[in-house]
Design a protein around this ligand. Structure first.
Ligand SMILES: [Zn+2]
Length: 153
């Protein structure tokens, strides 16, 4: 009896040591992967290092056609053109994402609390979501244009 509980104790100890050695951050990082081998250095910096493109530089700012916006890394369908609006911020902006397109996490960089979002399929960073958006959703997905590929319908 004594021996059994000791073994169980060792098991728990070992498990705790493993979770300490391989924290959740490492597991999350492992889910991020480059699928599109043709990504530019700038795209990689944004998508895998949580960078931000310079505002008013994206070709997609003027894009008004009907269609869908996909992840530049994995092709995951993220936004419908009907959700796009001109926020005046200099980054492509959307009032809502397609269901299940993204996962979010709190970002405390630059002394602000923001909600960062990344592609649910490949883990690539896309932008931040704010609560000052238009329409019924009230959300503003502020997306780096370089992370998106537009496919007109
Ligand atoms: Zn993706």
């Amino acid at each position: 009896m004594m021996k059994f509980s000791k073994r169980k104790f060792t098991k728990i100890l070992l498990f705790s040591a493993l979770t300490f050695l391989f924290p959740i951050r490492a597991i999350l990082a492992a889910t991020k992967k480059i699928i599109n081998q043709n990504l530019s250095e700038e795209q990689k910096k944004i998508m895998f290092n949580e960078g931000t493109e310079r505002p008013f530089t994206s070709n997609l700012l003027k894009e008004k056609r009907k269609g869908f916006y996909h992840c530049a890394n994995c092709g995951n369908k993220l936004f419908e053109s009907t959700a796009k609006f001109d926020s005046g911020t200099g980054w492509p902006s959307f009032s809502k994402a397609l269901p299940g397109a993204f996962k979010t996490k709190k970002d405390y960089s630059f002394g602000m609390e923001r909600v960062e979002y990344h592609c649910a399929k490949c883990g690539a960073h896309h932008g931040h979501v704010f609560n000052d958006g238009p329409k019924e959703s009230g959300k503003r997905f502020c997306n780096n244009g370089l992370c998106l590929i537009f496919k007109p319908e």
